[in-house]
Design a protein around this ligand. Structure first.
Ligand code: CMP
Length: 139
């Protein structure tokens, strides 16, 4: 089925000016960027977004990194978009990411891993709604 997923090009991507290279891999995988904007997350926005991880030992560093520089938030659309994007991203830790994936090509380490993508359709809906209103998504 045609799905939508939520994507973030993280601070390590904007800092290195490689958002276009990442988008080329996204589009090359058959995903359409149907909404996109550059934002600088506040600490509060990062905490809300990653609330599911708040008990994890890396939560503080994650919030710090995600609010330290601009990000690009996106909605991606396509056939099985959620699973498709997870394949294209590669493993969370770039040391385990397969060749040709975004994280293998570009990620620096598990924290600075270039992209985020939703893990399920329920989380995709919640994540999209945190950043986009309906009229900002143009399929
Ligand atoms: P992301 O898909 O954005 O979701 C949570 C993020 O936490 C994850 O990608 C990583 O960038 C970050 N993170 C930092 N340390 C770890 C870790 N040890 N295990 C999993 N995720 C981590």
């Amino acid at each position: 089925a045609i799905e939508r997923t939520f994507s973030i090009l993280k601070p390590d991507a904007t800092r290195r000016n490689i958002t276009g290279k990442v988008n080329a891999l996204i589009e090359g995988a058959g995903l359409r960027i149907v909404a996109q904007k550059r934002v600088h997350l506040t600490r509060g926005q990062a905490e809300t977004f990653y609330a599911v991880h708040k008990e994890r030992p890396f939560f503080g560093e994650l919030v710090e990194q995600m609010s330290a520089a601009p990000v690009v938030v996106q909605v991606l659309e396509g056939e099985n978009a959620i699973a498709r994007y997870r394949e294209v991203m590669g493993a969370t830790n770039p040391a385990n990411a397969a060749p040709g994936t975004i994280r293998k090509e570009f990620a620096l380490n598990v924290g600075e891993n270039t992209v985020h993508g939703s893990d399920a359709s329920e989380t995709a809906s919640v994540e999209i709604a945190q950043f986009f209103s309906g009229n900002e998504i143009v399929g």
